[in-house]
Design a protein around this ligand. Structure first.
Ligand SMILES: *Cc1c(COP(=O)(O)O)cnc(C)c1O
Length: 426
């Protein structure tokens, strides 16, 4: 078959192609489910754009202070609609997901307040933001304390520990939807909704924030539709659809968003300033494409899980499990196998395919990290990418892919490299 010749030209062995196509046979129903999800969320985005009367004039630009940037304001209204929220802040001046989270935390907490994570340790880069790892400028330096309630060993919420961790000074609860670099489960919007209802039943004025990175459009609802006061994420992950070259978003209650805007710009300025500097077409079009892009990434995650689970590697989530984010972790057990996997992903890239990934130190991370990313946008992890900290249990976190054929090629090449390295037998 001519398609097979195409694959072989990438150096894929017959055994690798054969093994993968047998796995793929069994996934047709799952894939149909993701096509339905993409359809649902695509219609949601189109409706939001229609309701907010998006017109060609909104795709323009502004410079300088960015006063009267109607396109920027309308985009924020669209985000609010899509997320079922009152208001939004969607800006190229938000540099990444960590920055968006830092803005929200610093905007809503004051000296003497306590931050609570009821879902265990937060994402690596937040350790310095919060001050769990001492760092200049951390919340801890401003007199904001932190407490966490760990998950139970089966990954479920420890409601008793959470109850005890809520104190008079507890002001904000941060819930990370995605597992990040951990081997715990990711949470469904429904689970997050139940957790929020629980903490608010104990202390109704708690602000509930969800770190929504990697979760957008993986379900039919977003956490703001399940009781979250705000949701925070990165535009070079899901909602940027691969087109946004930079940026972050915060959606939620109007008063929370106003505080975040004031924190991002300055007191007295808020949402009024902030030029869109030519970013709006890619922000709009990326959001428009995102549901379909996320579905491709979900298919890739399930495909990778299917292959590596059947080869005997622990995978989280399991191949048959429901998804609440686009991340697939595969526990490979050694640094060498992690390198082989990542080199396969890199070899599938359209950009930088000749690069050979090596473990190295990275700003914000405590251990060495290996990363495979041949991306159009630097570090974009809605694009096909794999990464992981070089530490026990030697798990790679695989995510993204703007189109299904690209994700498929990446997974086939990862398997090829593991096969060549003698880490798997086919
Ligand atoms: C990626 C990510 C972040 C941080 O985002 P950056 O854009 O890398 O700064 C925070 N939380 C989670 C769960 C993430 O996946």
């Amino acid at each position: 078959m001519r398609l097979e010749t195409q694959y072989k030209s990438f150096g894929l062995d017959d055994k690798v192609i054969g093994y993968a196509s047998r796995i793929l046979e069994g996934l047709k129903e799952r894939f149909a489910g993701y096509d339905d999800l993409a359809e649902y969320n695509q219609l949601k985005v189109i409706r939001a754009m229609q309701e907010n009367k998006i017109a060609e004039m909104h795709l323009g630009t502004s410079t300088g202070y960015g006063y009267d940037d109607y396109g920027r304001d309308a985009l924020e209204a669209v985000y609010a609609s899509v997320f079922g929220a009152e208001d939004a802040l969607v800006r190229p001046q938000i540099m990444c997901g960590t920055h968006a989270l830092q803005i929200a935390l610093a905007a809503l907490l004051r000296p003497g307040d306590e931050l609570l994570s009821p879902v265990g340790k937060p994402y690596d880069t937040l350790e310095k933001v919060i001050g769990i790892v001492p760092s200049a400028g951390s919340l801890a330096e401003y007199g904001i304390s932190y407490r966490q309630a760990d998950l139970k060993s089966d990954g479920s919420f420890d409601y008793e520990a959470i109850r005890q961790a809520i104190r008079p000074e507890t002001k904000l609860v941060t819930i990370q939807r995605s597992k990040g670099y951990q081997t715990r489960p990711s949470f469904s919007v429904q689970q997050i909704g139940e957790l929020i209802a629980f903490v608010k039943s104990i202390k109704p004025d708690l602000i509930c924030m969800v770190d929504n990175c990697y979760g957008e459009f993986t379900e039919m609802q977003e956490p703001t539709e399940a009781g979250a006061d705000l949701c925070v994420g990165s535009l070079i992950k899901n909602p940027g659809g691969g087109l946004a070259p930079v940026g972050g978003y915060i959606v939620g209650k109007k008063d929370c968003i106003e505080k975040c805007a004031v924190r991002l710009s300055a007191p007295g300025l808020g949402k009024e300033v902030g030029a869109s500097i030519g970013m709006l077409p890619s922000f709009y079009q990326g959001l428009f494409l995102s549901p379909v892009v996320v579905a491709a990434a979900l298919k890739g995650a399930v495909f990778a899980a299917g292959i590596y689970e059947s080869l005997g590697f622990p995978v989280i989530p399991a191949a048959g499990e429901e998804r609440h984010d686009i991340i697939q972790s595969v526990v490979l057990g050694s640094e060498e196998a992690m390198c082989a996997f990542c080199r396969g992903i890199q070899a599938a890239a359209a950009v930088d395919s000749a690069v050979v990934p090596e473990p190295s130190d990275m700003a914000g991370y405590e251990s060495k990290v290996i990363m495979a990313a041949g991306a159009f946008v630097q570090g974009s992890s809605i694009e096909l990418s794999a990464d992981g900290p070089i530490r026990e249990p030697y798990a790679v976190y695989f995510q993204g892919g703007l189109t299904w054929p690209h994700v498929k090629l990446g997974i086939l090449l990862s398997l090829q490299k593991l096969y060549e390295g003698g880490f798997v037998r086919l």
